[in-house]
Design a protein around this ligand. Structure first.
Ligand SMILES: Cc1cc2nc3c(=O)[nH]c(=O)nc-3n(C[C@H](O)[C@H](O)[C@H](O)COP(=O)(O)OP(=O)(O)OC[C@H]3O[C@@H](n4cnc5c(N)ncnc54)[C@H](O)[C@@H]3O)c2cc1C
Length: 560
């Protein structure tokens, strides 16, 4: 079998617009590119199956950022985000997200997504930001299928079970991507006039407390592939020192706090005292509070709903057991936990990197353009702070339209055979390796290093130890042996997790202060230092040396 795969010719699929990653942002990008010009050939390359992949696989209960006219304003949203990001943001991105958010809600509604209203016909909104009520309730257990249906209706070509492994980059421009068909083993080469990166976050980064490699809060197929591919192509990235860690229900990695807290639930310590700040201050403040409570021996921390009226409890149960995670009902039943009577123990999740739930990503402008010509990015892979699903859909749409425009100005690029051959050798040699390291063993050890030396609390010594280990893992990586195509995909992901680890360690070393609660808490620089660190940390691969470069960029005056 191995010999047959090694000898397979590559499959060439040219595209006008190539969308890499078919999640929330990717579906929207493909739809808008096709709508902009139905004659265009739009291709989506998706690692999993389109109707069930990505962060919204299990449905969503809210659109977290909507500036409903007359209810909440884009100005209040920008102000809230400046508070939440502690000054490190591009306010223009937040403004555009808020300004276009209501149109996104209306479009989803037209596609059949239900947004419940109160008795007076108003959308049901909640306040989770510092200023203004932007979270709008949504009942969408099948949201991903709704998007996938819109993609299918437009005749967009979808290459499912195909993992993009490399962008075709040359001279500061991107000309498509190479992928691996994880069923046939063929290399799929897509030369494209415009490319949109929508591969989501690095959910598989730190190791969950449960120890399960795939028991992550985020969609476990998202292993930071887009961050790594963009980095290797030479794009600018930022926010890798921000490690997202969420307080969630212990032993059940699903959403909980937004759902319960907006309906009156409290977070309390083992003594019954309230913990953390308001929701407007974001989870990162709650996270640091939980960390300190634990160190002060006032843990465990609980979610307390016992004071709530029956009507509220039922509402919370409907969301928690309904659209978001249907198996959660069974989980609580088996544990004998009833929200009316029992507090629910919380725990902090694995550390991960994400634009939707944090600050990490490929640098984009308000047109969803990256620093590389012909490459657009949107969703969790892009550095739009705390953008959630709204940002994925807003910037997905912008990327789709702009990529379509860009495609109209170009010929299909030629493909460099040497690049294909190099990618073939990099990947397929893992099938031929003998007596090598198992991919899951390598991954477990690598992600342990993330927990041990990159996750907060951080210090120079720990981060340098991480870099020492990363160099060692790079030496060992060619020895990983894949026994089948599934393991080959897992092996290809290891390169991405390793790149993300280095990006995060280097950015964390650079920012010599503490900021964002626990997300970038350095024991050796415990204070926030606005005088020196009100700036972005930018990472990039030097095209000449191949080395990672770390620089800083001032924030705009409005962000201060
Ligand atoms: C549990 C959970 C609950 C959430 N709840 C809410 C909520 O209530 N409200 C809200 O507004 N937001 C919520 N969010 C956030 C929101 O869902 C995300 O920000 C948004 O869906 C991200 O979209 P995306 O397209 O960037 O990523 P995803 O939807 O995750 O899509 C990424 C896609 O890329 C594919 N992919 C990855 N690597 C490759 C590769 N190498 N080649 C090809 N394909 C690849 C993946 O298979 C996946 O399909 C939640 C997120 C999670 C995880």
């Amino acid at each position: 079998m191995v010999t047959q795969i090694l000898e397979l010719p590559e499959k060439i699929v040219p595209a006008d617009v190539l969308v890499v990653g078919g999640g929330s942002a990717g579906c929207m990008a493909a739809i808008k590119a096709k709508d902009a010009d139905p004659a265009l050939k739009v291709v989506v390359m998706e690692k999993a199956g389109l109707s069930r992949s990505g962060a919204i696989t299990m449905g969503m209960d809210a659109l977290n950022v909507v500036a409903i006219p007359g209810v909440a304003s884009p100005e209040d949203y920008v102000e809230s985000m400046a508070t939440a990001c502690e000054g490190i943001l591009d306010p223009d991105l937040c403004r555009v997200e808020a300004e276009r958010s209501f149109a996104v809600l209306k479009e989803l509604e037209a596609w059949g997504v239900h947004f419940p209203r109160d008795d007076s016909g108003r959308y049901r909104v909640h306040q989770v930001h510092a200023k203004g009520s932007f979270l709008v309730e949504m009942e969408a257990p099948d949201l991903k299928k709704v998007l996938a249906r819109q993609v299918a209706r437009r005749g967009i070509e979808v290459l499912e079970r195909t993992m993009a492994t490399r962008l075709l980059a040359e001279g500061g421009a991107v000309n498509g991507a190479i992928g691996l068909d994880t069923r046939s083993g063929e290399l799929v080469v897509c030369p494209a006039k415009a490319t949109i990166l929508t591969t989501g976050c690095a959910g598989r980064f730190g190791l969950p407390k449960s120890g399960y490699l795939y028991g992550t809060y985020e969609f476990p197929g998202n292993a930071g592939d887009g961050y790594s591919m963009a980095y290797r192509a030479g794009a600018e990235l930022t926010g890798f020192e921000y490690l997202q860690i969420l307080p969630l229900i212990k032993d059940f990695n699903g959403p909980s706090l937004y759902v319960a807290q907006v309906r009156g639930a409290r977070v309390v310590n083992a003594l019954g005292e309230r913990v953390g700040g308001s929701l407007g201050e974001k989870e990162m403040v709650a996270m640091k509070a939980i960390y300190h409570e634990t160190r002060a021996d006032r843990a465990p921390i609980y979610l307390d709903m016992t004071h709530l009226p029956e009507e509220r409890i039922r509402e919370i149960e409907a969301v928690m057991f309904g659209s978001e995670r249907p198996t959660r009902r069974e989980f609580f039943k088996a544990r004998g936990i009833d929200f009316r009577r029992d507090q629910v123990e919380l725990h902090i999740t694995e550390p991960y990197l994400c634009g939707g739930h944090g600050l990490t990503g490929v640098v984009i402008n308000t047109e969803a353009e990256t620093s590389l010509k012909g490459l657009y990015a949107s969703g969790d892979v892009a550095a739009v702070p705390w953008q959630y699903l709204t940002g994925a859909l807003v910037f997905g749409a912008i990327a789709g339209r702009n990529a379509a425009k860009h495609a109209a100005t170009r010929q299909t690029p030629a493909v460099n055979q040497d690049t294909i051959q190099a990618e073939r050798e990099r990947l397929l040699r893992h099938l031929a390796a003998e007596d090598g390291i198992k991919p899951h063993v390598f991954e477990y050890k690598l992600r342990r290093i993330v927990n041990d030396y990159i996750a907060p609390p951080k210090s120079e010594r720990k981060l340098k130890t991480a870099l020492w280990w990363i160099a060692r893992f790079r030496r060992d990586l060619p020895r990983v042996q894949a026994q089948d195509l599934h393991e080959l995909m897992r092996t290809a992901e290891l390169y991405c997790i390793l790149d993300c680890a280095e990006l995060s360690a280097r950015a964390s070393l650079e920012r010599r202060e503490s900021r964002w609660g626990l997300a970038h808490y350095r024991i050796d620089h415990p204070e926030r230092d606005d005088e020196n660190w009100l700036k972005h940390v930018i990472l990039r691969r030097d095209p000449d040396t191949g080395e990672m470069t770390v620089t800083t960029r001032p924030i705009t005056a409005e962000a201060r």
